[in-house]
Design a protein around this ligand. Structure first.
Ligand code: HEM
Length: 119
């Protein structure tokens, strides 16, 4: 089970790294869009995150549901905004900045809020 958790955690990190990279690479560009890295990144991060919760729930360590709830809500907003705008030629600067802010916010929640599973 620990190997599965670690594989999912690696996929989870690769996913939001692609999302973050897909956003930041457009920082200097006047026109913003939803690129494949953002779309596939949040899809992977979200799915792996849900599966991670399942693995942790199946384990005997408690799960911090408040932290997971916040991460789920923020992740869902990012997922919906990215998928809803994935076919558009361009997205507003404000949407791009908002997606970047939400992604960094979820990283901060993951890192600074106590670990999801209480050992
Ligand atoms: C953009 C969205 C997301 C970002 C940037 C993000 C970021 C992170 C980071 C940095 C970690 C590793 C730090 C840690 O071990 O706590 C992590 C772990 C985790 N994330 Fe996310 N996350 C996102 C979305 C989600 C979603 C939607 C869920 C599920 C509802 C989720 C569930 C988890 C769980 C359960 C862990 C802990 C894994 C473990 O300790 O085994 N994450 N996330």
């Amino acid at each position: 089970m620990e190997t599965l958790r670690l594989v999912l955690l690696m996929l989870h990190i690769l996913g939001f790294a692609a999302l973050f990279g897909g956003l930041v690479v457009q920082a200097g560009q006047p026109e913003k869009t939803v690129n494949a890295a953002m779309r596939d990144g949040i899809g992977t991060a979200f799915l792996a995150g849900l599966l991670l919760v399942g693995v942790l729930e199946a384990g005997d360590a408690g799960v911090d549901h408040a932290k997971v709830g916040v991460k789920f809500a923020v992740g869902l907003v990012i997922l919906i905004l990215v998928m809803a705008n994935a076919r558009k030629e361009r997205i507003p600067q404000g949407l791009w900045a908002g997606l970047l802010l939400l992604t960094v916010a979820n990283i901060a929640v993951a890192v600074f809020w106590s670990p999801v599973h209480r050992l």
